[in-house]
Ligand binder design. Structure first.
Ligand code: FUB
Length: 457
């Protein structure tokens, strides 16, 4: 095994392979690996990854000479942000363990997290908890063999593919990771696995919250007995000028533990579902929030709609009717809502963030609205993070050791699974610092390859 000790080591592509498909899609090629296997999708909505040296995100790219299990491989590192690579090496150990560990140092020798922060498995839909000196990250693990490629210019012809891809997540569990310095992450173990919960088909986005000395992991799943109605909803949404509706009929429940490390035991049945009177179909992407008076609310939504409901004090049932999120003078406080509602509060101001999409534009910027009251009215404030390079995004915000952070996911982790490089369900969690201006507005957050610096004691 050779190790790249510094900067960019460009390893030439062994070959380019044109891949057929949608007529107006200009595939730029692929990488030939192993036994002349042509693989790859090196194109997504907004970026073309085959051009390694001009990759604006400076992410790690690699090629594998032989993809048999246990093979050590060289890879290419691009650093365009002053990060020297002090250790980079890889070993293919069978999906999802294709990972490489990259340690970055700046010119002062300070370590940075790098983005994505976890590189040996795909992770999506972050949710965060600060507990006993640790920052805990709970994330779904993407495990997909679905090959999908799409780009913004490829609208109508590829729409069906895009929708199918969105419906083809394979997310088997929520997993727990933790750090004390934002650079070194420890894998703790699984929190909830869909196979253990009768009402779950997959573990879609979750939300962790602690109350009364217990730890509550709100989880959601597309309905088990509905294949998907995503396509129909999306067409209706598109015809009416909305974004791509990728929310299926979904359910949200809660699993409880005495410890942030689990075990989390599902309460037995969903708290709210698409069958609950008054609820929208997309009862997905739970965002739980406890207000100063101790009342906990559960927000959820997708595909253009979001709602919320008060929970009972033990958080195991709802306590009141389904409520609608209101804007000022009837305005829509969450334009182009796709999904991923998230609520936090700072200096008396409530922030309601979410991911949004608009046909023909790069998907999934994160936007937010603010209010003086948890019941609104909410005022739309605009984007806080630009589009990512993959179909979805999902944000989570926290304060840890005096710094504010936004976690989200991108398609920036390369990898190989069943001959596919990247799909809309090969996502990976990234992090950036988050700042507020003097008026409490979130300063637009730039996505970087470097991530965040190590927190020193
Ligand atoms: O991971 C599955 C779904 O994709 C989540 O529930 C959404 O937030 C989006 O990230």
């Amino acid at each position: 095994m050779r190790r790249n000790k510094k900067g960019l080591l460009a390893i030439g592509l062994l070959g380019l392979v044109a891949i057929g498909g949608c007529a107006d899609r200009d595939f730029v090629g692929g990488v030939v690996v192993g036994n002349d296997k042509a693989i790859t999708i090196l194109e997504t909505y907004s970026q073309t990854y085959i051009d390694i040296e001009s990759n604006p995100q400076g992410v790690t790219e690699f090629q594998i000479d032989d993809i048999t299990q246990g093979t050590l491989f060289d890879f290419t590192v691009v650093d365009n942000e002053g990060c020297s690579v002090v250790d980079s090496a890889g070993e293919y150990d069978g999906f999802p363990n294709f990972g490489v560990k990259i340690q970055c140092e700046d010119e002062n020798g300070r370590r940075w997290s790098g983005n994505p922060i976890l590189r040996n498995q795909y992770t999506a839909d972050p949710t965060l908890l600060v507990d006993d000196g640790y920052l805990y990250l709970y994330a779904g693990r993407d495990e997909t063999s679905f090959i999908h490629m799409q780009k913004s210019q490829c609208k109508n012809q590829c729409l069906t593919e895009a929708l199918q891809a969105a419906a083809n997540f394979e997310i088997t569990g929520i997993h727990i990771y933790r750090t004390q310095n934002m650079v070194d992450w420890e894998y703790v173990g699984p929190a909830v696995e869909a196979a253990d919960v009768p009402w779950m088909r997959q573990t879609w986005a979750s939300h962790i919250l602690t109350k009364n000395g217990k730890y509550y992991l709100f989880t959601c799943s597309p309905a088990k007995d509905i294949i998907t109605d995503v396509g129909v909803k999306s067409i209706i949404s598109l015809l009416s000028g909305g974004g791509i509706a990728i929310g299926p009929s979904a359910l949200t429940g809660v699993a409880v533990s005495d410890s942030p490390t689990g075990p989390f035991i599902d309460s037995g049945e969903p708290l709210v579902s698409y069958l609950t009177p008054g609820a929208i179909d997309e009862v997905m992407d739970p965002a739980a929030f406890t207000d100063d008076d101790g009342t906990t609310y559960l927000f959820y939504g997708g595909g253009g709609h979001a709602q919320y409901v008060e929970l009972s004090d033990d958080l195991l049932s709802v306590n009141g009717p389904i409520l609608e999120i209101k804007g000022i003078n009837g305005s829509n406080p969450m334009p182009e809502l796709t999904e991923a509602t998230y609520v936090h509060k700072r200096n008396g101001v409530y922030y309601l963030s979410y991911s949004k999409s608009k046909v023909g534009e790069a998907p999934s910027p994160l936007a937010y609205a603010t209010a003086d009251n948890i019941h609104g009215p909410w005022t739309y404030q605009g984007d806080m993070l630009g589009a990512v390079d993959i179909l979805t995004n999902h944000g989570a915000i926290t304060t840890y050791k005096g710094k504010d952070y936004l976690f989200y996911h991108t398609g920036q982790l390369p990898g190989i699974h069943n001959g596919a490089l990247r799909s809309n369900a090969t996502r990976a969690v990234s992090v950036q610092e988050l700042e507020y201006d003097n008026n409490g507005q979130i300063v637009f957050i730039e996505q970087t390859a470097l991530g965040v610096p190590e927190l020193l004691e």
